[in-house]
Design a protein around this ligand. Structure first.
Ligand code: NDP
Length: 377
């Protein structure tokens, strides 16, 4: 079977140029398909002309909205040139370094100012995941040399009771950071509780005052997960000026504050969500992709621009073929790491950064409340 008929058999259009065409004439077409001239030039090396034709058709098919799955079923994926694997962004190691730095800052605050930062965490109810988070937060706070208090309240706690506790913590000078673990039971209005926390003690950065400070460029406390993503990005890419960033997800916890941080770093920012048409196309134009969707492995490798930096915030527990459960992100790690320049794994990427940034915010809040500079470390 000739090339054209095998493509037709697979349901793909014939090559958009005669196979006999000179390789250099094909480059602009491929560059458009792959949005990368250097990749196009590598593909049309005369020895891989046939591969180039098929690869271009795959790209065209992709643009025509064939799903990744049908391209795989067509058996065409292997014909696309093999990529070098993406660098792994090791959030676990970065977070360990950050915690050490925070430990040194805590010592300096003690020796130079007589201050020991303190974090109070409030847990209402028995949500098993929340219990694990709260335990880890408490352990890491103590390890960094700070005071840690846990307030565990019954699932039947009323909103008024919780608001009274928040008020006490607001007034306690030893408490520099307050975190109310979400989700809260149904009878409690989470927004009312979060807005009752003193904005200068709001180490989660969810208070509307801190949201306003972030979007207007004023100093304030920044939500931990986006702050962690932003640190990883800065470490990997340095200056983000002019980079095209797409945040997939617009939650108040991740997508929106992440977009504000990227904007502050002078990236050109796009926020995608469940109503976005052509999500794959939007992601395909991004130098930086932030995946915060909550859908296991939704973002496929063939959506990505080659060389993109991918930050996978998603934490999804799925059952494997062996019946055991495991954690996966919102990005299909295997296919994405064939196309991306760098990617965070799940677990071991963004996750460990969240608690480290909570400690970071507790130090920042302590300094803010006492009018001292954040120590260098
Ligand atoms: P939310 O459920 O609050 O928000 C999900 C967002 O994804 C929404 O904006 C939603 O759009 C969008 N979305 C849903 N489906 C699609 C779709 N098919 N196409 C495009 N967009 C879609 O989740 P969170 O922001 O709280 O969390 C996102 C993920 O990050 C989760 O997996 C969560 O577990 C994880 N997470 C991890 C943390 C960490 O420490 N690493 C911390 C916080 C969260 P719309 O607004 O239109 O509904």
């Amino acid at each position: 079977m000739g090339l054209s008929s095998s493509l037709a058999f697979c349901g793909l259009s014939p090559p958009p140029w005669p196979v006999s065409k000179a390789p250099e004439e094909v480059v602009p077409m491929l560059a458009r398909c792959y949005r990368s001239r250097s990749r196009a030039e590598r593909l049309v090396h005369p020895a891989s002309m046939r591969t180039a034709v098929v690869a271009a058709n795959v790209a065209v098919a992709r643009e025509q909205a064939y799903s990744a799955q049908s391209i795989k079923l067509m058996g065409l994926r292997p014909t696309v040139e093999r990529q070098e694997m993406a660098d792994i962004i090791d959030g676990k190691a970065f977070a360990a370094g950050l915690r050490e730095r925070i430990g040194r800052q805590v010592k300096t605050l003690e020796t130079e100012h007589g201050l020991t930062p303190g974090l109070a965490v409030v847990l209402v109810g028995e949500d098993p995941a929340s219990q694990v988070y709260v335990r880890n937060k408490g352990r890491q706070t103590t390890e960094a040399g700070m005071h840690s208090w846990e307030h565990r309240l019954d699932a039947s706690t009323t909103e008024a009771e919780l608001l009274r506790l928040v008020e006490q913590l607001n007034e306690d000078p030893q408490v520099n950071g307050i975190l109310v673990q979400l989700p809260l039971p149904q009878q409690i209005d989470a927004e009312r509780v979060l807005d009752a926390i003193d904005p200068d003690k709001d180490v989660d950065g969810f208070h509307t005052v801190n949201v306003g400070r972030l979007w207007t460029g004023l100093p304030g406390l920044i939500p931990c997960t986006p702050l962690g993503c932003s640190m990883l990005l800065r470490d990997r890419l340095g200056d983000l000026s002019g980079k095209h960033a797409v945040a997939v997800g617009r939650s108040n916890i991740v997508g929106k504050p992440m977009s504000a941080l990227l904007l502050r770093e002078n990236a050109t920012v796009e926020i995608a969500h469940s109503r976005t048409t052509d999500l794959a196309g939007e992601v395909g134009r991004a130098d930086i992709v932030i995946a915060a969707v909550g859908r296991p492995r939704m973002i496929a490798g063939d959506w990505l621009k080659p060389g993109a930096t991918v930050i996978d915030v998603g934490i999804n527990r799925i059952e494997g073929d062996d019946g055991k459960t495991r954690l996966v992100g919102d990005v299909d790690f295997d296919s994405a790491s064939e196309v991306a320049g760098a990617i965070t794994p799940v677990p071991g990427g963004v996750g460990p950064m969240t608690i480290a940034c909570l400690l970071n915010n507790t130090v920042a809040a302590t300094c803010l409340q006492n009018g001292v500079d954040i120590p260098d470390a």
